[in-house]
Design a protein around this ligand. Structure first.
Ligand SMILES: Nc1ncnc2c1ncn2[C@@H]1O[C@H](COP(=O)(O)OP(=O)(O)O)[C@@H](O)[C@H]1O
Ligand SMILES: [Mg+2]
Length: 323
């Protein structure tokens, strides 16, 4: 053996001068990709330790579209979970099943270990449309929610104004919804949701109709409120950057049939800033993951069924106040 020539050991650096000049850039890219992997780790939550436990959930609409298939998802109390995926992958159907607005055709949803059979006061659903009562002022919308919760009349105004301050709407207490901008309406809606004090906040693309700048402000506001209140939030979005900006966890979904394909914990410190380099790098990484799981576009055009039923009021069903 001793007389045999030694196999040549490949140099750690590429030899071509052209490739060598690219090497530092490649190494930096590889390092950033590795750190994205470290910051995004698979989530493992036991059902018996979960606030929300979804087991083998399936839903087929009357038109035979399988909106959800075999979805398992456990959410700890105080987590901020983003359901992320392209349009039609079943995000809203899953959220409505958590709210008790959609009765799934298979599987179970449990809150604190008890299966749910409809809406409940511990869960509140918020939509893109702020769904404020148009005949009530900002304060009126909130005092109405406080009344529904049984808060004595004498305390309602003061408490409503505290929630208005929390969403930075001070000065607009007596304004009617139609006099507010889209972002302000969403703030008022958020204040009303917080006044209801649900343990679980379910949000379906709430910032989808806002302009880019307002959307960033709302994300920062929601993040600071979540950090203070520690509510359990399930937030639907198709915007990867928004999911990673807000979520302690991102659940990636894919369509046809709607299913969960990845469940990842986001290990980036909070509060996050939209321009964080780590966040932007991670966004690229997750976009790539989504491209892989989505696969090629279908050849046949898929017929569009009618849109999901859209309740105009929160999950617990607020009625017009008695005069
Ligand atoms: N009310 C409904 N009736 C029939 N099909 C529906 C209804 N609502 C949604 N779907 C279909 O179910 C699938 C999942 O929809 P949805 O949950 O709204 O997805 P996403 O929120 O991810 O866009 C889609 O193919 C959609 O067209
Ligand atoms: Mg949707």
């Amino acid at each position: 053996m001793r007389g045999l020539p030694m196999p040549s050991v490949p140099s750690p650096l590429p030899t071509s001068p052209h490739v060598r000049s690219l090497w530092p850039m490649l190494r930096a890219l590889l390092g950033r990709w590795r750190s994205s992997l470290r910051l995004l780790r698979p989530a493992h939550v036991e059902a018996n330790r979960a606030k929300i436990a979804v087991a083998q959930l399936g839903h087929q609409y009357a038109n035979k579209v399988v909106a959800l298939q075999d979805v398992d998802l456990n959410v700890r109390s105080g987590e901020f979970v983003c359901l992320l995926g392209p349009s039609g992958c079943g995000k809203s159907t899953l959220l409505y099943a958590l709210a008790g607005q959609v009765k799934p055709t298979g599987g179970t949803v449990s809150i604190d270990g008890k299966p749910i059979h409809g809406p409940g006061p511990e869960r509140l659903l918020m939509f893109q449309e702020a769904a404020l009562f148009p005949w009530l002022t900002v304060r009126g919308n909130i005092t109405f929610a406080l009344a529904a919760k049984g808060v004595p009349r004498a305390q309602r105004k003061e408490r409503a104004d505290a929630f208005i301050r929390r969403v930075q709407l001070t000065g607009f207490e007596d304004t009617l919804p139609h006099q507010l901008s889209g972002g302000m309406k969403m703030r008022a809606s958020l204040a009303r949701a917080l006044a209801m004090d649900p343990a679980v906040l379910l949000m379906d693309e709430p910032f989808g109709s806002l302009d880019a700048q307002t959307r960033i402000h709302m994300q920062e506001l929601l993040q600071s409120i979540w950090m203070r209140t520690g509510k359990t939030v399930v937030f639907v979005t198709h915007d990867v950057h928004e999911a990673l900006m807000l979520g302690t966890r991102v659940v990636l979904m894919a369509p046809r049939p709607g299913r969960v394909v990845r469940d990842l914990e986001v290990h980036l410190p909070m509060p996050r800033k939209p321009e964080d380099a780590g966040l932007n790098e991670m966004t690229r990484h997750v976009r790539e993951l989504l491209r892989q799981v989505e696969g090629p576009a279908p050849r046949e055009p898929v017929p569009r069924p009618p849109p999901a039923p859209h309740p105009a009021v929160p999950a617990h069903g607020l009625a017009r106040p008695a005069r």
